[in-house]
Write a protein that binds this ligand. Structure first.
Ligand SMILES: CC(C)(COP(=O)(O)OP(=O)(O)OC[C@H]1O[C@@H](n2cnc3c(N)ncnc32)[C@H](O)[C@@H]1OP(=O)(O)O)[C@@H](O)C(=O)NCCC(=O)NCCS
Length: 156
């Protein structure tokens, strides 16, 4: 891949299990190093729940340049909404519109489910991503502190 036009015909499509080998290194680029095996297992689990979960990929000529995932968040205290749960475009392919197109695909998926709100949680250090989201019309809603506690079992 060399010129920007090289990705002009990239397709945004639903992920399949065959994408696992390409998605694993992209998880690493997002900051979550993942083996192909673990990525495949998680992808398979997500693909088995198409009502509430989706994974899109940006691909061209069998090469995958990015992915975006979303889920329906169901809470007792507020209406169902969509959550953009992950988004990454490989570094050499950034700035060519793939991130915008992945987000658009996720938003359309959410609209098709009758959802009227979409959110994304982004680490405070990802200031570049914040500008990206703001450019796509996302407004800052609130800041949170994320608490976690290990439950004494290794990750599956
Ligand atoms: C954030 C990310 C997905 C954007 O993907 P991308 O393909 O480079 O974005 P696009 O080319 O579709 O850009 C869409 C618009 O956002 C703007 N934009 C993209 N990155 C930007 C940045 N760092 N700062 C400001 N604006 C930015 C583009 O200029 C473009 O605007 P335009 O259409 O008016 O020219 C990509 O930079 C990435 O993977 N970053 C690392 C992982 C990450 O932070 N993910 C988000 C986790 S919450």
């Amino acid at each position: 891949m060399s010129a920007k036009s090289d990705l002009a015909n990239a397709a945004i499509r639903l992920a399949t299990e065959d994408d696992a080998p390409a998605l694993a290194p992209l998880c690493g680029e997002l900051g979550y190093p993942s083996t192909e095996e673990a990525t495949r297992a998680r992808l398979t689990a997500l693909l088995a729940r198409p009502d509430d979960h989706v994974v899109f990929v940006a691909a061209q000529d069998d090469a995958v340049f990015g992915w975006g995932s979303a889920a329906v968040t169901r809470l007792l205290e507020s209406p169902d909404r969509a959550e953009l749960t992950g988004l990454v475009v490989t570094e050499v392919a950034r700035g060519r519109g793939l991130g915008r197109r992945l987000v658009a695909a996720v938003e359309e998926w959410a609209r098709e489910r009758g959802l009227t709100l979409i959110g994304v949680r982004s680490n405070v250090v990802r200031t570049d991503a914040h500008r990206f989201y703001e450019g796509l019309g996302y407004g800052r809603a609130k800041q949170q502190v994320v608490f976690r506690k290990p439950l004494g079992r290794p990750d599956p």
